[in-house]
Design a binder for this molecule. Structure first.
Ligand SMILES: [Zn+2]
Length: 74
């Protein structure tokens, strides 16, 4: 299963990334259940843990459970 990192934005300013979530496939609902903007920025799952903004802890835990072979420095 392919995973994609997608952005959750702040209300103000709306283009500032608040948190990064992990999404399965091409949808816009994060693994933690949060619905993200359809136009939210996407990054490959290799970007996990390598951005300036924080990552969603729930998504991280679920992702690590699904992809145990890929170490992630969270
Ligand atoms: Zn999340």
């Amino acid at each position: 299963m392919r995973h994609v990192v997608r952005a959750e934005y702040k209300d103000d300013p709306p283009d500032a990334v608040k948190t990064w979530h992990m999404v399965r496939g091409d949808g816009n609902v994060a693994m933690c259940g949060r619905e993200l903007r359809p136009d939210a920025e996407s990054r490959p799952d290799t970007a996990w843990g390598r951005t300036r903004e924080p990552f969603c802890h729930t998504c991280g835990a679920l992702y690590l459970r699904e992809v145990p072979s890929e170490p992630v420095d969270v």
